[in-house]
Design a protein around this ligand. Sequence first.
Ligand SMILES: CSC[C@H]1O[C@H](OP(=O)(O)O)[C@H](O)[C@@H]1O
Length: 354
Amino acid sequence: MFTQPVPTLARDGDAIVVLDQTRLPYRSEQRRLATLAEVATAIHSMQVRGAPLIGATAAFGVAIALGGDASDAQLDIALRTLAATRPTAVNLHWALGRMAARLRPLPASARLDAAWAEAETIRAGDAATCAAIGAHGVALLEAVVARRNGPVRVMTHCNAGWLATCGAGTALAPVYAAHACGIAVHVWVSETRPRNQGLLTAWELREAGVPHSVIADNAAGILLARGEVDLVITGADRVAANGDSANKVGTYLKALAAREHGVPFHIAAPLSTIDFACPDGAAIPIEDRGPAEVRSVQGVASDGSVQDVALVPDTTGAANPAFDVTPARLITSIVTERGSSAPGRLRDLFPEAP
Ligand SMILES: CSC[C@H]1O[C@H](OP(=O)(O)O)[C@H](O)[C@@H]1O
């Protein structure tokens, strides 16, 4: 079983400790979150990020909120506050729904212990789900090995590795599984403006010894056109019932270019990311994170200090949709903890889902 080099999320008494991903890849800093407000801020500011990790962290946020007051009113405040942190990743709302279903029927006196236990079940469940996605997804790389020599050339976008989850990751789980069983891999890592989560992917892969190259987002097209990519695999923040998938902005463009050049495009996503109540991509809420993130870039200066550098004046207009939607017709398969599915056949894998 994959072990996270540093836990993305762990309980610490009546608080939790998380890895502050706004400091990575330059600084590895942990944050202890002991109040509902601290957990909500950590999710909204993306100290904690990645759809599955957001959900698990919010579940612990409910437990933290009920310390000292486990009344209906306090439970409602916790659920509303955490639900408002980010709109697109359905894992957040799935986890809060699980916590509500577990806690509402209980007397206030029984809720705190149950909340911590349910949050831990969600956390541990995500780690197991990541492992299963890796086990199923490795077949995508083995299929490439069967037809050509040399490293399997995988393109990904954003960060859907262990940093985005409670385990090995989603999109990167098959990569880690393949690397662990000796399959040569090279990962094209798209930097992923404006928050550059691709640099988190590069940091993960460097730490794991997986060969990779960072590319500007705009370089993906020519690499696909040149035949230098065997498959594209990304994570997702919400998969609609028809298989349309929301993921970090820029994913859609890669899917279009992949289709144009006959390169398979896969989504790796657990059931907690599939929203059967959402009919199609048009119904997925797309987070708008405001202009500031586009107007600047974060990096590390020669003296080692982490700095935000302005790219344009504050008076320059900027648009910042944080996600886009890849239509099911551009998706070759969706890899889940129960195996791979055509995008429109997910219900076959999860007949019990509401
Ligand atoms: C394992 S899915 C991670 C998913 O979440 C990321 O979004 P953000 O960094 O804004 O939380 C990105 O869409 C990844 O694909």
